[in-house]
Ligand binder design. Structure first.
Ligand code: FAD
Ligand code: SF4
Length: 497
């Protein structure tokens, strides 16, 4: 006799490798700006979820900066309940279609996945991306409910992942939220930095539409610090969150950096991504024609600059980095894609000068060749020059992608806000409150250049503390507020009969 009420037997996929994801072939994709990985079909998503062991102790969750319940969403996805799986992710992560594409999963959740003992980890990022896209393509309404209005107002300065997450969490709690953004499109680096072939903008636009439906107001072309001072904004709102990122480029400080044809990665990517320079003359903010390009650096920004350059159809793109491949900070997938696309990697090369063509423009970049020495304070082997080993690359364009700092404009009229010598804002790590009560900060403006998910985590922590501040007058949780010496053990019940 069979037991008709028994649960269906769980289907396991015992494959040691991830279900592969189809991609545009390298020979085709270097001629367009369309997305490179093409995503899973529903069948592929179910198969990948069926690899998950549903570990009871959930090691992968400890690796997720926002604590997504990874086995719980995979359990729903393996049974084809994509809407349920998506709702589960959205409890903790407001931008799954974006994080599935850009998070460094290999250093986070997937690094701790038990499947790695015998093969590849679970494809957490690929599933997150599939589920995020499923909502966008199947008209699934996952816009969170919004609580009754509290009558309290909040200004969010900067619309990157930190600001957007903070805005979403505060709007859900019933606060009146206004986002101020210096540029004409919201999204921060997600819009102006990360190229279309890695993060299609439609994904971001739909998520931002969801915020607007929740009542969040966006004021664009509004650089706070110039259009209106931070002090004035602070006076107009009950609380303020600063999420202005780290958009001020660093340079190498070598001769020739002011020549025509030298770009910061920030300017280069903004011109191409935000202004659509690759559609020139249809769009009217060009980059100058380039034949031979050198990109300096090895993080995500450098990979994005090199791969974007490649799509502008030059003869060659050299990537120049002073350490070895092991130390390259970019996501593994980006390095792999850059190699596939024919970027010429020159590791252990450190630029010494940019050479003038006699007319004030770039003719070449000279580099000192390096070798690895003893480990430095960071634990990485220090690159040391090889005496007399110089190499010259003939180029007409140099893109500097060695990192970014914070822009001092916003804080100019608020010297009382404590900052580090690097210019980042100092916050209480638990509440994200700055030295100015009611003013909170998070994301790259606090950490320096980091990751999307860390910025989102900071936006969420700040929102929790800001809600507390708006409703109780203190950002610190009640149990942790030090009692005054003469305070009673229990608060007096002043409202009682
Ligand atoms: P941002 O995203 O920088 O947003 C800040 C916003 O504030 C911007 O829109 C800016 O215009 C606005 N703003 C600044 N000043 C003012 C002002 N005075 N008034 C009003 N608005 C203002 N991370 C990953 O996890 N994965 C990746 O693959 C990845 N790739 C990257 C590629 C590039 C090219 C770059 C530059 C970064 C990349 N990062 C990546 C890092 C990641 O994008 C950042 O850590 C993250 O965007 C930080 O978020 P944020 O909200 O703090 O700031
Ligand atoms: Fe699934 Fe890996 Fe997390 Fe275990 S560690 S629950 S196998 S994703």
């Amino acid at each position: 006799m069979t037991d008709e009420t028994a649960k269906p037997k769980r289907v396991l996929n015992r494959s040691a490798v991830k279900v592969p994801m189809r991609e545009q072939p390298p020979g085709e994709r270097i001629y367009n700006f369309e997305e490179v990985p093409l995503g899973y079909t529903p069948d592929e998503a179910v198969q990948e979820a069926q690899r998950c062991l549903l570990c009871r102790d959930k090691p992968c969750v400890a690796g997720c900066p926002v604590g997504v319940d990874i086995p719980a969403f995979q359990q729903l996805a393996m049974n084809g309940d994509f809407e349920g799986a998506l709702r589960k992710i959205k409890e903790m992560n407001f931008l799954p279609a974006i994080c599935g594409r850009v998070c460094p999963q290999e250093d986070q959740c997937e690094a701790l996945c038990r499947l790695s003992r015998k093969g590849e980890p679970g494809g957490v990022g690929r599933l997150e991306r599939f589920l995020g896209d499923y909502a966008l393509t199947h008209d699934v309404n996952v816009t969170p409910d919004v609580a009754a209005p509290t009558g309290r107002s909040v200004a969010i300065i900067g619309s990157g992942p930190a600001g957007l997450t903070c805005a979403s969490d505060l709007a859900q709690r019933g606060h009146d939220v206004t986002v101020f953004e210096a540029l004409h499109r919201p999204g921060g680096v997600l819009f102006y930095g990360i190229p279309e072939f890695r993060l299609p903008k439609v994904t971001l636009v739909r998520e931002i539409d969801g915020l607007k439906k929740m009542g969040v107001k966006f004021v664009m072309n509004y650089p706070v610090g110039k259009a209106e001072s931070l002090t004035a904004i602070r006076a107009r709102f009950d609380a303020v969150f600063v999420g202005t990122g780290a958009g001020l480029p660093w340079f190498l400080n070598i001769p020739g950096e002011n020549l025509n044809g030298v770009y910061s990665a920030n300017e280069f990517l903004t011109r191409v991504n935000l202004m659509g320079a690759y559609k020139f003359p249809e769009n009217d903010t060009p980059v100058k024609p380039m034949r031979r390009i050198a990109v300096v650096g090895a993080g995500n920004t450098a990979m994005d600059s090199a791969r974007t350059s490649k799509r502008l159809r030059p003869e060659v793109v050299h990537l120049i980095y002073r350490r070895s491949r092991l130390e390259m900070p970019a996501r593994q997938e980006e390095i792999h894609h850059a190699e596939q696309e024919g970027i010429d990697f020159n590791l252990l090369h450190s630029p010494t000068r940019i050479i003038d063509n006699g007319k004030g423009a770039v003719a070449a970049i000279e580099c000192q060749q390096m070798e690895l020495g003893e480990p430095d304070a960071s634990g990485r082997r220090r690159p040391v020059p090889i005496a007399g080993a110089l190499k010259v690359f003939e180029v007409d364009t140099v893109v500097i992608a060695i990192g970014q700092g914070t822009n001092p404009l916003l804080l100019a009229d608020c010297p009382e806000i404590e900052r580090t010598p690097r210019g980042t804002i100092v916050v209480d790590p638990q509440t994200m409150q700055t030295s100015l009560p009611g003013l909170f900060a998070g994301g790259d403006i606090v950490t320096g250049g980091a990751t999307v998910i860390l910025a989102m985590g900071a936006g969420r922590s700040a929102a929790t503390a800001m809600h507390r501040y708006l409703t109780t007058g203190s950002a610190t949780p009640r149990a942790e507020t030090a009692p005054a010496d003469d305070a009673p053990d229990e608060p007096a019940d002043t409202d009682g009969p």
